[in-house]
Design a protein around this ligand. Structure first.
Ligand SMILES: C[S@@+](CC[C@H](N)C(=O)[O-])C[C@H]1O[C@@H](n2cnc3c(N)ncnc32)[C@H](O)[C@@H]1O
Length: 573
């Protein structure tokens, strides 16, 4: 039964036009032609089994316009496959999921035959597939029809069990990406189109889950953590605690406190045009990356961003549109929700603190990357450079900080921790928010401007320098600074960037061996890999020196998207 899916239908026709001046991404380049031909030649010399994608020579000639003579010319040119994706990256996670779907042996044999990039689909081909599983990136995963050979189709906004007609929009290693044209068989139990708030949902790459209830989104995010630990930690099931339910964001729309829309410079062909007042030329795309490819989709407002960001973005779009012909380069904009920095921060924090006053409630939008932004998290005030790192969902931050506090307090009351080491500390969010639990706090962070903010934040919040110190540098350097900290009373908080901790950091952490480690992560896959490494490295140590993973819980910092963050507690036992 075909189901009416308004936003998906809208995507399938010509609402969105690729700007005429842009080279079509799907155009086959000379290099692609060469590769396809070589692969084809390789296939001709192979004992072609069912495991090999089947594209006939004539099909390839039709799709590439290549004639037999060209084949001879290109025969000698060999091109190697691009390297495998960076471990724990989104592409790596997806590749592993594709291997799971198609079978590791099958993928290996296609790869050995040099055909991992030989898509059985011609660009823009339409195909009907049934989604078999949900990828951790929020897209449905399907097998290509069997006559196409072992190949996957990755389909955003399609759910397991659904049958969808898609247009192929991109070919990659062992898979093609499909854009839904029609949902032929819908999972009406799970899909609820009335929940979708954004008219660009499905074509914009920002959100994946608007068609799901929030409860379902949280369940899927928990599954991502379960799977990440199964695959990336290489730990036995018995070493992984029950993963707790994902903590909800108090706001599920209008929560995002930073957005970075962008646009390209105008194409040469229109440089001498005159844009009539109030008109938005069709070639001008100001917005966010599309799902499935990196071209920009023109978007007037983003429902997951805070209202003040949308207000400012809308008026900025008008100014840019008016002046677009004067831009020589593409621009990445930044809008950051902030408390109004016109109020004096020291005065705000001088008792008696009035949290209902304008200084604590008036929000503004900061669009200068170098300007200062300000936010209150619980009882602490934080300032930071607007273009620098600060978490993007302020509504959930107090819950996250409280959970970290709970983990720290959950231990031995007889000898509670006295020292905190905040690694990858940014502007001091954890160091400062947790400072009341400790006698001594040390933080480290690579960005000098974030360290300056952290120092200022300690001062603004009345935390003496004798108690809290910050250091600019790579995280592993902290261990020489905190040599005097008592390891059995020390908590190390780890909150690295997406790629996780490096080997030097992990080696130093293992040598230091603090009683408690709280690992906060924006990439559950690298967190699982790092924690797996820590547990395995200490597994054969004597009692009291082995780490145990005691708690693990997801936090939904980005509702409507597939992204999930997680917090883990490690203890020595
Ligand atoms: C996910 S953020 C966490 C920041 C902070 N904990 C917070 O919640 O606001 C990761 C931080 O690690 C910093 N960083 C990246 N590589 C680093 C390294 N090798 N050593 C120390 N800090 C690093 C980044 O600048 C960024 O501020």
């Amino acid at each position: 039964m075909s189901t009416s899916i308004p936003h998906i239908r809208a995507l399938s026709h010509s609402d969105y036009q690729e700007p005429a001046f842009k080279r079509q991404r799907l155009e086959i380049s000379q290099e692609d032609i060469a590769t396809n031909v070589e692969n084809l030649i390789a296939m001709e010399n192979l004992d072609v089994t069912a495991a090999t994608p089947t594209v006939s020579l004539s099909e390839l000639e039709v799709s590439t316009g290549l004639q037999p003579a060209d084949r001879k010319m290109k025969k000698k040119k060999k091109r190697r496959d691009p390297p495998l994706p960076e471990p724990c990256s989104g592409a790596d996670v997806q590749y592993r999921e594709i291997r799971e779907l198609l079978g590791g042996d099958v993928v290996d044999s296609v790869t050995e035959a040099g055909n991992a990039f030989l898509s059985p689909f011609s660009p823009t081909e339409e195909v009907t597939v049934t989604i078999e599983s949900m990828g951790s990136g929020g897209a449905g995963l399907a097998r290509a029809p069997s006559e196409k050979g072992p190949w996957a189709v990755v389909v955003p906004v399609a759910l397991p069990g659904e049958t969808v007609r898609v247009k192929i929009v991109k070919n990659d290693r062992m898979h093609s990406c499909g854009q839904v044209l029609e949902v032929l068989v819908a999972d009406i139990e799970t899909r609820d189109e009335s929940l979708v708030r954004c008219k660009y949902f499905g074509s914009c790459g920002g959100c994946q889950y608007q068609m799901l209830t929030y409860e379902k989104q949280l369940e899927l995010k928990r599954n991502v953590i379960v799977k990440a630990y199964e695959i990336y930690s290489s730990l036995p099931e018995s070493s992984i605690p029950t993963i707790e339910s994902t903590v909800q964001s108090p706001l599920v729309y209008n929560y995002r406190t930073k957005i970075t829309p962008h646009f390209n410079r105008p194409p040469k062909a229109v440089r001498n045009d005159i844009i009539p007042a109030g008109e938005h030329p069709s070639w001008l795309q100001i917005g966010f990356n599309m799902a499935n490819n990196r071209s920009t989709l023109d978007i007037e407002e983003c429902p997951i961003a805070t209202p003040i960001l949308n207000e400012q973005y809308k008026s900025e779009r008008q100014i840019i549109t008016k002046n677009i012909l004067s831009y020589q380069k593409g621009v990445s904009l930044m809008f950051r929700d902030s408390l109004d920095t016109a109020f004096n921060a020291k005065q705000m924090m001088a008792p008696p603190i009035d949290k209902l006053s304008e200084a604590f409630t008036k929000h503004v939008c900061v669009s200068d990357q170098n300007a200062t932004a300000r936010e209150m998290v619980g009882d602490y005030l934080f300032e930071y450079t607007a273009g620098g790192f600060f978490q993007n969902n302020n509504a959930i931050l107090p819950l996250m900080v409280d959970f970290v506090k709970e983990l720290i307090r959950s231990g031995d009351d007889v000898a509670p921790p006295t020292h905190l080491v905040d690694t990858y500390c940014g502007a001091g969010l954890f160091a400062i928010s947790l400072s009341s639990l400790f006698g001594k706090v040390a933080g480290i962070e690579l960005s000098k401007s974030s360290i300056e903010s952290a120092e200022r934040n300690a001062e603004l919040n009345g935390i003496p320098k004798s108690k809290v110190s910050f250091q600019a540098g790579t995280a592993s350097n902290i261990f020489s600074t905190v040599r005097s900290f008592p390891r059995d009373r020390t908590v190390v908080v780890i909150d690295p960037p997406r790629k996780g901790c490096d080997d030097v950091f992990l080696a130093q952490l293992l040598q230091f061996r603090p009683a408690t480690v709280v690992y906060v992560s924006c990439n559950v896959h690298s967190q699982a890999a790092d924690i797996g490494h820590i547990l395995k490295a200490t597994a054969s140590e004597p009692e009291g020196k082995r780490y145990k993973l005691e708690r693990l819980r997801g936090f939904d910092l980005f509702p409507q998207t597939a992204h999930v963050e997680s917090v883990a507690l490690l203890k020595l036992y």
